[in-house]
Design a protein around this ligand. Structure first.
Ligand code: 5GP
Length: 200
């Protein structure tokens, strides 16, 4: 099976990484495909099974853990499990795509450790924790309790930024989108690991 590259975007919830990932997916020349994660969290109204997530019960999720089906998984928030199925990455590689991930920092770093030579791990940094709170409230997809849980986790997540290959500061969205595009375009254009350069 031809193996492509892996592009990981990780950040605290509300940092804008999903917006950046969507922007990159809209660029056909990058040849990216989104890794749809499995999750046990409830589906939000506009989300579709198989497109945003593979929604499953906690016991189904735990069965996949037992079967060794995950490349990585995390209990990102209490009773909310998220994970990348090995079959998902294999499916997208078989289509000749590079795989892009929108996952939490622990999962992102785990993928980098598993595939160090073919992963670009990007950390998206929000202007501040206060700004995160404002963005999460505006988004209003979560209850006050859940927002506070996400904020509490954000400080811990921010401390992992130096472990990533690169950091994008999302202070101004257009600038962040352009920076992300340039970075990923350069990474996918570079020779695959183990591939010889063409003789000149
Ligand atoms: P949300 O509930 O807002 O969709 O996602 C919550 C957090 O879980 C986000 O930081 C998201 O990136 C992360 N996440 C989504 N899928 C995965 C995954 O497959 N693995 C890990 N480790 N985190 C994930």
């Amino acid at each position: 099976m031809a193996e492509g590259k892996l592009i990981v975007f990780s950040a605290p919830s509300g940092s804008g990484k999903t917006t950046i990932v969507r922007h990159l997916l809209s660029k056909p020349e990058l040849n990216l495909a989104f890794s749809v994660s499995a999750t046990s969290r409830p589906r939000r109204p506009r989300e579709k099974h198989g497109e945003h997530y593979y929604f499953m019960t906690i016991s189904e999720f735990k069965q996949h853990i037992k079967n060794g089906d995950f490349l990585e998984w995390e209990e990102v928030y209490r009773d909310n499990f998220y994970g990348t199925l090995k079959s998902e990455v294999e499916r997208l590689w078989a289509e000749g795509k590079h795989v892009i991930f929108d996952i939490d920092v622990a999962g992102g770093l785990r993928i980098k450790r598993k595939f160090p030579d073919r992963t670009l791990a990007v950390f998206v940094k929000p202007p501040s924790v206060d700004e995160l709170k404002i963005r999460l409230k505006k988004r209003s997809t979560e209850s006050e309790d859940k927002i506070n849980m996400r904020i509490a986790k954000a400080s811990v997540e921010l401390a992992t930024a130096p472990q990533f290959d690169t950091i994008i500061r999302n202070y101004d969205l257009d600038t962040a989108l352009q920076e992300a595009y340039n970075l990923v375009a350069e990474y996918v254009a570079a020779p695959q690991p183990g591939e010889e350069g063409q003789p000149s």
